[in-house]
Design a protein around this ligand. Structure first.
Ligand code: GLY
Ligand code: MN
Ligand code: MN
Length: 413
């Protein structure tokens, strides 16, 4: 990403915050795992969105005082001994190139810097990212005890509403994440056969992701055969694949902190039974109908409601229910979500997003019939364009015919 991207994002945020304010964003820290091991570090997404820096501990401060906006980045002091163990950390003169912040200070100066501003201002607004579990809460507790003249504000929704609309560079990162995801799904479909375990197929996906340089996955892969697919977030992935069953995969590669998110369901032995085909086509019809509706001006919540209606109608046709009110027995999630730096990107307090060009939403209808051992979800990632939509996952095969043909032509074993 060019440094102008981060600069523009900061400018937009600065334009939206009130005068007489400090906005403080923390890169965060890797959580402790056990003993001297930590989980891998991943930057706070809002910090990353405004800086492009993916190292722990650094702090971004934006100030707007008497109408004048300023930007500061507080970075870790260089620790030559730690660097021998863990590698170099960012230097003052590298910050500008990455994100365009000119005033770079060391973390050791952070407290006295903020103290000085806060003590000199009556009723200053302190904007923090107060999404649950963030590092900001430690700081919040500290300053609540220290000052009485501050107004705490949560900046999460403000940055979140900007993040909903992707620039071309962001869309391109998601395209890349999706391309890797599709390669991975094709690889595992080729290797599907009865008698192996769900995790063995999962491994083909992991291999393709790693080979393409991804550092992480969008989320823990769901590889759910037969009845397991009726558990939405089944991640145990250790059952045997049975002849005649379907397997549902819900997975995504992450590329430079942008995610893909695809679900496909296919027959383990390469051929659908008549009943599986019937249910599959019901889900597919809803997937396609929902996508057809996507364009600027459409309300996500309205579309979510329509999708539920359509799934209910399909469930009635499939003989599963007799009235629409019973649909939640076979469909129990929302039709999709915004996709971006987080897989479930930005849960805004007010979820009724009205689609705008540049948003990316998943479309993921499903029907889950525990008593028949059938769980089917078909998930695509869709970009809202000026006139309608573009299916970013269009290269991923989807119809019964395409899946059967692909699997019979590509049997590896
Ligand atoms: N795996 C979560 C989702 O598709 O939303
Ligand atoms: Mn998914
Ligand atoms: Mn999804």
């Amino acid at each position: 990403m060019k440094r102008e991207f981060y600069k523009n994002n900061r400018e937009k945020v600065l334009n939206k915050i009130k005068d007489n304010s400090l906005l403080i964003l923390f890169a965060g820290k890797a959580p402790k795992k056990t003993a001297d091991e930590n989980y891998p570090f991943t930057p706070n997404r809002n910090f990353y969105y405004l800086t492009g820096i993916d190292e722990e501990d650094h702090i971004l401060v934006l100030s707007k005082l008497n109408g004048i906006a300023k930007e500061y980045l507080f970075i870790k002091e260089v620790d030559p001994i730690m660097e021998k163990w863990e590698g170099k950390t960012i230097r003052k003169d590298e910050v500008f190139d990455i994100c365009g912040v000119e005033d770079v200070k060391y973390l050791g100066d952070f407290n006295s810097f903020t103290d000085k501003i806060i003590l000199n201002k009556e009723d200053i607004n302190i904007y923090l990212d107060l999404e649950k579990g963030n590092t900001s809460y430690d700081f919040l507790n500290e300053i609540k005890n220290k000052y009485y003249n501050i107004n705490i504000k949560n900046v999460f929704n403000l940055i979140g509403s900007l993040r909903l609309i992707k620039t071309e560079e962001e869309v391109n990162r998601i395209r890349k994440a999706i391309a890797i995801t599709i390669d991975g799904v094709n690889e595992l479909m080729k290797n599907s056969k009865p008698g192996i375990k769900e995790y063995e197929l999962e491994a083909y996906f992991d291999f393709v992701c790693k080979k393409n340089g991804t550092k992480d996955l969008a989320f823990k892969t769901i590889a759910a055969a037969g009845k397991n697919a009726t558990v939405l977030h089944y991640v145990t992935n250790d059952s045997e694949l049975m002849d005649g069953d379907l397997i549902l995969f819900d997975l995504g590669a992450q590329y430079k902190y942008y995610n893909g998110d695809i679900s496909r369901t296919f027959p383990i032995n390469g051929r659908f039974t008549d009943r599986q085909k019937e249910v599959y086509n019901a889900v597919l019809r809803v997937n396609e109908k929902v996508i057809e509706e996507m364009k600027p001006g459409v309300s996500f919540l309205e579309l979510n409601k329509k999708a539920k209606e359509w799934i209910a109608e399909e469930c009635i046709s499939l003989g599963l229910i007799t009235s629409k009110e019973e649909v939640s027995k076979y469909y129990y999630h929302s039709i999709g979500h915004s996709l971006g730096m987080d897989t479930h990107d930005i849960e805004l307090e007010n979820r009724d997003v009205i689609f705008e060009s540049g948003m990316i939403y998943t479309v993921e209808p499903g029907i889950y019939i525990e008593e028949e051992g059938i769980g089917i979800r078909i998930e695509d990632d869709v970009l809202i364009t000026d006139n309608g939509y573009e299916i970013l996952t269009k290269e991923m095969i989807k119809t019964v015919e395409e899946i059967e043909e692909f699997m019979s032509n590509n049997k590896e074993n």
